[in-house]
Design a protein around this ligand. Structure first.
Ligand SMILES: O=c1ccn([C@@H]2O[C@H](COP(=O)(O)OP(=O)(O)O)[C@@H](O)[C@H]2O)c(=O)[nH]1
Ligand SMILES: [Mg+2]
Length: 668
């Protein structure tokens, strides 16, 4: 017998089944408004169809068992969120682990999924994990970074953190690129600013100087490589042309002939200088003591002679820069410059390309003896007391103090004339006049007009220019020396002992000297050049002077126009050097030389160097020059390097290389 309780239970079960059946019908009938939806819509549909309202618990329990409900549960859109600003890809990734432990057996033991999404682009990445150990998560995350690039931030359940990635290499690379870029920009600026195009004449340059001396004129031609013109010692002598005839001052009565006499050498110059360079080749004419004397005697005639030589030289296609008479000081100073330029005493250009002052600065002195004047120039060891004989040239940035003096009328020819006049005066009425410096057997006859034709000798108040006087040689060297001393004043010296001769101020000689022109010709003839001891010199001169004219004629050609005077000039030289300049103690410092570095020692080179500014007063700037093509290539490569640096920098900043970033650790 069924009890009432059992009946009630059966009714309840039947009702529950009916209800379950009804709910199933409602939920799984797509046309029913309560189907496949949310809890409230389902609850309302049940109430309408069954007229009974089921409680929330009951409905939730039933729905929780329905896969269709749990799988298709609508997304909850309305809930509070943290606002995330994401401005560009990889600014922030969100990462989470998905627990799939229940399905591990069917997923090869993979128990979790690491899901990562780029907040900006919504690109998602998934990696499966065996476990959620730090190493496993890091490996998976690293793999995602390799695929998707490295984000700035990563957001996880634990919060948002800057991803700890090893960017050391990346930062270092960026720093190097920045530094390289800056260096490149600086190099580019330095290469472009202060950039000058310098037209360096690589071809040879030429320059010429006429030395219009008292006894003869010579044309000195020099050349130098145009791109090295400020170096010292690069100008060399190319050729010397001796003008036929006597010095231009001898043409005082016929000035046009002075001009014509130069033609032969001008033609040689034309042949020597390439046609396309003649117009830029400077030509100078410097006249020395012969013209100084003519200017004193007859300025009109000296002007006319200069005019005529100018006219002739101007007729040639050179850059003629004038004919003028040099002062005695200029003549001495330019000889001094020539010597020291050739000796590279001023400055040296080292192999490394630097300009250096030679150690010890050994400056040479110059002793020049011409036909009408003689010059001495040197840097004394003490200040020059007399401003009239002091020069302060500034060469290659160094100021020199040079003492120089020119003794007019004390060149060899004028000194010999003074000696003849002195001997004539001393002979009173004895005829022929005995000449101790002339060789026995030699006679010289000349008119008084010729003898007195010079401002260097005092003329008698009255004399017959046409009357002749004969000098006869006696070969007496001692008397010769003594008579020569009479044409100079060797005692007068208000500044004693600082004197040369004739009372002229002169500081004590110091340093080494080159003695050239007549000094050299005479000593070379006697076999005393370039150096000889004092005793050897005196003995040689003495022996030579004692020889007869016949013996000399036999040994040497009588046509040697200087043969007659070697004895006299040698004794004169000894007197000037020992009694005049006081080389007694320093005789060994004198070198009787004609040339240095294959170039004649003469004032001409110093003159040209000075007037063409080949010797700068300041030390030349050392500059490194490159060929224009090389410079253009440098600019190109530097600019290219800068461009590359900027490109690499831009790439590093804007593009995050995928394979280059690794994570060290991450916890989720
Ligand atoms: O082979 C020679 C050539 C020249 N001289 C001498 O060298 C000097 C040149 O002097 P220059 O004509 O230059 O006279 P300046 O005008 O210089 O006084 C003169 O004394 C000449 O006698 C010489 O003794 N032998
Ligand atoms: Mg001379």
């Amino acid at each position: 017998m069924i009890s009432l309780f059992e009946i009630i239970m059966l009714l309840y079960i039947r009702e529950a089944r009916r209800m379950a059946e009804k709910m199933k019908n409602i939920y799984y009938t797509p046309s029913n408004p309560g189907s496949y939806g949310g809890k409230e819509r389902f609850q309302r549909a049940i109430a309408e169809e069954t007229v009974s309202r089921l409680g929330d618990v009951q409905v939730n329990e039933w729905l929780a068992e329905q896969d269709a409900y749990t799988l298709h549960k609508p997304v909850r859109k309305q809930f509070s969120r943290n606002i995330v600003f994401s401005t560009h890809p990889r600014s922030q990734f969100q990462a989470d682990l998905c627990d799939m432990q229940a399905l591990a057996d069917e997923n090869d033991g993979n128990r979790y999924m690491l899901t990562v999404i780029d907040v900006f682009s919504k690109i998602a990445f998934v990696r499966v994990l065996k476990n959620k150990s730090g190493a496993e998560v890091t490996r998976a995350f690293d793999s995602i970074l390799k695929e998707g690039g490295a984000p700035k931030k990563v957001q996880t359940d634990g919060g948002v953190f800057g991803i700890k990635i090893s960017m050391v290499k990346q930062v270092a690379l960026a720093a190097v690129v920045v530094v390289m870029g800056c260096v490149g920009i600086i190099a580019l600026i330095l290469t472009l600013v202060q950039h000058h195009l310098v037209d360096l004449p690589h071809r040879m340059q030429y320059g010429m100087v006429f030395d219009a001396g008292s006894t003869h004129t010579s044309l000195y031609m020099y050349r130098w490589p145009g791109n090295k013109e400020n170096n010292t010692g690069v100008v060399s002598q190319m050729l010397v042309c001796d003008v036929d005839g006597d010095g231009i001052s001898s043409y005082a009565q016929d000035p046009p002939a002075a001009g014509l006499s130069l033609r032969k050498c001008l033609e040689s110059a034309l042949a020597a200088v390439p046609a396309n360079q003649r117009r830029e080749t400077p030509v100078y004419l410097g006249a020395t003591a012969g013209m100084r004397l003519l200017q004193l005697q007859n300025p009109t005639q000296s002007d006319q002679v200069l005019e005529q030589v100018t006219k002739v030289i101007q007729g040639y296609p050179f850059d003629f820069r004038g004919a003028r008479i040099l002062s005695g000081m200029e003549e001495g100073a330019y000889g001094w410059i020539t010597i020291n330029y050739l000796q590279e005493s001023f400055i040296k250009h080292t192999f490394e390309g630097e300009w250096v002052s030679p150690k010890g600065r050994k400056i040479w002195g110059a002793l020049d003896m011409g036909g009408s004047s003689t010059q001495i120039a040197f840097t004394p060891g003490q200040p020059v007391q007399d401003p009239a004989s002091a020069l302060g040239p500034k060469l290659y940035g160094y100021q020199y103090e040079v003492y120089t003096h020119s003794y007019l009328c004390y060149g060899k020819e004028q000194a010999m004339r003074q000696l003849l006049v002195h001997l004539l005066k001393m002979s009173r009425s004895t005829r022929p006049v005995k000449h101790p410096c002339y060789h026995l057997g030699y006679n010289l006859t000349l008119t008084l007009g010729d003898l007195y034709d010079s401002p260097c000798v005092a003329r008698p108040v009255t004399f017959d220019p046409a009357s002749e006087v004969t000098f006869t040689g006696t070969s007496e060297p001692l008397r010769c020396l003594n008579q020569i001393k009479n044409i100079m004043n060797l005692t007068a010296c208000s500044l004693a002992p600082a004197c040369g001769f004739n009372g002229v101020y002169q500081p004590p000689v110091s340093g080494n000297f080159f003695a050239f022109s007549t000094y050299y010709y005479t000593f070379d003839f006697l076999g005393l050049a370039p150096q000889s001891s004092l005793s050897q010199a005196t003995t040689t001169i003495d022996t030579f002077c004692k020889r007869t004219w016949d013996s000399l004629k036999t040994e040497y050609s009588e046509k040697d126009k200087y043969l007659r005077d070697y004895c006299a000039s040698a004794n004169y030289i000894m007197t000037v050097l020992l009694d005049g300049y006081k080389f007694n103690q320093t005789w060994g410092n004198i070198y009787f030389q004609r040339q240095v570095a294959d170039t004649d020692i003469s004032w001409t080179l110093g003159y040209m160097l000075n007037l063409t500014n080949l010797i700068p007063s300041e030390r030349p700037l050392v500059m490194t020059g490159v060929q224009h093509g090389q410079w253009a290539a440098e600019v190109f490569f530097i600019a290219f390097a800068v461009f590359l640096s900027l490109m690499v920098l831009a790439i590093l900043l804007l593009w995050n290389p995928r394979g280059n970033t690794t994570i060290d650790a991450i916890t989720l």
